[in-house]
Design a protein around this ligand. Structure first.
Ligand SMILES: C[S@@+](CC[C@H](N)C(=O)[O-])C[C@H]1O[C@@H](n2cnc3c(N)ncnc32)[C@H](O)[C@@H]1O
Length: 252
């Protein structure tokens, strides 16, 4: 069971569910084995990210103004800590701009940092008077340094990953979709089949797609209901059930 305020859900099957709501309005009865979170970065608004104070559409996501970012990330990390099993893990994606707030929130919540992975991608935005940013940070966090899942992907597994962003020719995408390969590597390392993976800031549904392929159960939460169209296309869903449950819960 879970409870949410909006009551708007997309049930794919018994093991895969998407809730359209603010994660702060969602309460779970089952804690997650793994949380994968790629939150807004709280940088100044550009192009299709400029959705604050206007209705978000299917090609955009809800940003957080930079002055509100420290409070936002603290709420997200705290909510994730409470929603995670004691032997669970969390992957948290961050740019460098607000990394200090992210690291403070992680430490204060009680997480143990196991790794600080750098994801190197190609083609950052061109700059004239500084180096082009072409990496993100992926923090691997656990609650208990002695009890967590770790499936080593290769014998000598390093913490710098070079993974390309795929081009989606002619396809309208939501801002900042992650490559499946990146999410897959995190989910493989930190969960097993049938585990429950939670993504509280789902975006276009990358985490859900990877979980469906890898035999993980998944619950995704996304504040922007207009993204449903993009999610359905990405997951190849044409007959999943839209549920409007009012203030009641849904059985999982
Ligand atoms: C960086 S995007 C996630 C992209 C995703 N990893 C993908 O591959 O498509 C962050 C998402 O968080 C959503 N979001 C922002 N604030 C939220 C909140 N309070 N609750 C739930 N989702 C939120 C945004 O609308 C956006 O879709």
């Amino acid at each position: 069971m879970l409870r949410c305020r909006s009551g708007r859900m997309l049930r794919i099957d018994d093991d895969h569910l998407i809730v359209f709501d603010d994660f702060r309005n969602v309460e779970l009865d089952e804690k997650a084995d793994l949380i994968f979170a790629d939150p807004p970065f709280g940088i100044e608004f550009k192009a299709n990210m400029a959705t604050y104070n206007r209705s978000p559409d299917a090609l955009s996501y809800v940003e957080v103004p930079s002055r509100e970012y420290p409070g936002f990330i603290r709420e997200l990390v705290g909510w994730c800590y409470r929603s995670l099993k004691d032997d669970g893990s969390m992957w948290l994606v961050s740019g460098w701009n607000n990394l200090r707030h992210v690291l403070d929130a992680v430490e204060d919540a009680g997480f143990v940092q196991l790794n600080h992975v750098i994801w190197k991608y190609q083609f950052g935005v061109f700059t004239r008077r500084r180096f082009v940013t072409s990496h993100y940070h992926l923090l691997l966090l656990v609650k208990d340094a002695d009890r967590y899942t770790f499936n080593k992907p290769e014998h000598y597994a390093e913490d710098v990953w070079i993974i390309k962003r795929p081009y989606q020719h002619g396809e309208a995408t939501a801002g900042n979709e992650l490559p499946d390969e990146l999410v897959e590597r995190c989910i493989y390392a930190s969960s097993n089949e049938r585990d429950l993976v939670l993504d509280p800031v789902l975006g276009s549904g990358t985490t859900m797609r990877v979980c469906m392929r890898m035999g993980r159960r998944c619950l995704g939460i996304e504040i922007n209901p207009a993204l449903e169209k993009r999610i359905r296309r990405k997951l190849g869903l044409y007959d999943a059930v839209d549920e409007n449950m009012g203030l009641h819960g849904v059985n999982r």
